[in-house]
Design a protein around this ligand. Sequence first.
Ligand code: SF4
Length: 358
Amino acid sequence: MLDEKIIGRKFQERYKKLVETDNLLPIKISEFYMKKLIEEIDAIGVGGPLYRSVIPVKDKIELKTRGETRDYVEEDKHNPIENCDYIIQKYDNRLVFIITDVCFAHCQYCFRTYNLSKFQQSNLKETIKNKITVLKEYLQANLNIKEVIFSGGDPLCVGYENMKFALEELKQWDIRVHTRAIVYEPSIFTKEMIKLLKTHNVRLVFHINHPYEIDEVVEEKIKEIREEGIRMYSQFPLLRGINDNSKVLVKLLVKMDELSIRPLSIFIPDPISYGAVNRIAARRIEKIIDEVNWNTPSWINSIRFVMDTTIGKVRRENIIKREGNHIVFTRNEKIVDYYDLDEGIDVPSDINKLLWKD
Ligand code: SF4
């Protein structure tokens, strides 16, 4: 049980029940992140941006809106091998490899919440060795696949030896590693780990959601990784209560630019169960996009705002129909429905709370 100062006992128990019945992720926070969280709570009380990243708030349980599903992206419909949930393929030339179901901390907004909790009872428990054997066989039979994207869970959770094994076995393919370890557990990037990632020419994609997640320790670690010449990129979600203001986004993007992290994508949160708490109304998303695009130089605004769907990533320019809350996107002659938040749910966050240190 966490301290009452962080989350009330009764609410914690209520949330715990939902973990068991509704496949929510248990609260899990690394010691490193907890220190920053306490600093935030001491300064502004509960409910700040780092708080909402890892601690459930009442609205997470109580807010519901139309069109929510457990897995909007339908990852389990994209497993190319039957009964093999750790390989997900949506594009011809690349696939996602769920190397682990473990994370250093649990993000309250995780779009993979449902699947992640399902993975914990599935064949993801197979050894890395077995999983790599299956993956390699599939890759060798599908020569158009050039890139393997390590995801999870957090791929860095597998530790040095497993990572070494995986990278050596897969050295014929481009490897991309998506991770939040840099903000939750930067110490995992030991000199040995950094060398390993460098040796295998890995692309590191950091998921950093807020400028305050980059403290001095994180910054030093990113510089250490940069010194080795590892290519670093950023991808993160746009989240109400965490970064739903162009000022926060610009501050974060500028900071990452200073650290040579190249911008890839900002993700619009999926309409998933228990996700309304973090979602933003479509019209406000478009306003935020315009504010970022019109007021920043191109090395900042080159980041793309995208939404992941079962037909692949779509953008604002892929909208072909809007009728009330119903929005239709198209890609490659396929269409996908999206339901905007019900009226009154999206209340913009207070910028003084989002950027309380400034
Ligand atoms: S680290 Fe990634 S996979 Fe793990 S809970 Fe956070 S978003 Fe989900």
